[in-house]
Ligand binder design. Sequence first.
Ligand code: TXE
Length: 490
Amino acid sequence: MPTFEYAPAPESRAVVTIEKSYGLFVDGAFTRPKATFPTINPADETVLAEVSQASAKDVDKAVAAARRAFDGVWGRMSGAERGKYLFRIARILQERAREFAVLESLDNGKPIKETRDFDVPTAAAHFFYHAGWADKLEYAGLSTPGEAPARPHGVVGQIIPWNFPLLMLAWKVAPALATGNTVVLKPAETTPLSALLFAEVCQQADLPAGVVNIVTGDGRTGQALVEHPDVDKIAFTGSTDVGKTIARSIAGTSKKATLELGGKAANIIFDDAPIDQAVEGIVGGIFFNQGQVCCAGSRLLVQENVHDQVVARLKRRLQTLRVGDPLDKNSDLGAINSREQLDRITTLVDAGVAEGAERWSPACTLPAKGFWFPPTLLTGVSQTHRVATEEIFGPVLTVLTFRTPQEAVAKANNTAYGLSAGVWTEKGSRILWMADHLKAGVVWANTFNRFDPSSPFGGYKESGYGREGGRHGLEAYLTTAPATLTGAAR
Ligand code: TXE
């Protein structure tokens, strides 16, 4: 079996300048850093920078700045003018793409191949897409023809996770600004750097002060934002537990919320599927971003008569994956984002083995320092195993079997989540039947992990509520315009 060596490429770091410490980005300027915590490179555990822990008072200042911008310049601006800012931001993201790609790989641990070819271009695409909407809201049925366009909520608090730091920022900030809201965004504590670089982009684009504010910190900062009385809406992506806490905390207030939470997607292969193409899709579906993806195809449901063939091909393909330095453009898998996440993955995989699953990984030399987990298959998994129902959020594929489409649907839906699913079959009618019966916000057919800014993304059940992307995503940032009834003048 091949072994894979760790080959660092330190020269790539020169592309980006990382400050020793960072303040918050409030009212168009960086504050002086205080009460800082380190953000580290998960690939080697070195400290990249010190970042400020925003207090409730800091959050209050950021919300006040966002409110002034909303009541002032941003609130008075036409959609066409707002759109120009979004275009400008998109262009700057493209111009600074290498910087963002390297910084994101350093702070998150994901391979540069992904940040370069997916995270950064898709983030720019979100700004381009939403720039196009900014002056068309009233023509798209998002308000009543001839009436004032639907209104923005006002100040939006946005809390994002660490798995796609820049992209999650783009998913949240772009529609909020296109619809005329202002923003206070809190990045995850383990990946704050690309959001802080984005703050520089806002300055470079001459975005009016206060329209976007970035407050770094941990869950306490997020909580202060959720509880702030002058925040009109919360948009959150993260764990189901924190999502529920947020839902409880805003219950009884007038705040709106969209929650994008966990997932446990089934990737379903029928025996008539093009097997090579399906194996590629399954590998990409789970090992992309080390499986730290809410819609990851983490449960393979394979039709019983092709199980052995599919597993054999999967093992062959997994032996060709290269695990190593995120900055090496040949790496297919990088580091796990944090020690906590690595511990969660290890605990769940150990539980799976204890419950009777068989564990397999290709021979693979992992770097001595940093947080690493090899690509892993768990076969012989039954529906009652924890690894079949709980989100592992790591490079681990659990394999289950089925005999009929009805059984596939029953097993796929046998989860508390409902975010995404994949179906591999030659039969068009079966795709439609499966899509009709799967309880998932997205169903991919003969592909997986395909995203487009125009396509709404979101889930059922414990995967949360609300959609991001497309027209539905914009609706979540708008409230209905007042009905205006006029009587005859006397
Ligand atoms: O998430 P948290 P964690 C899942 C995945 C992972 C697990 C835990 O299974 O293993 O969640 O990850 C902020 N009020 N997902 O612990 O804590 C926090 O600072 C307000 C799936 O990292 O939910 C960060 O910015 N905010 C998910 C953000 O919430 C709070 C992506 C997410 O962190 C808060 C990430 C509070 N009380 C993890 N506590 C997906 N849907 O893609 C924390 N935060």
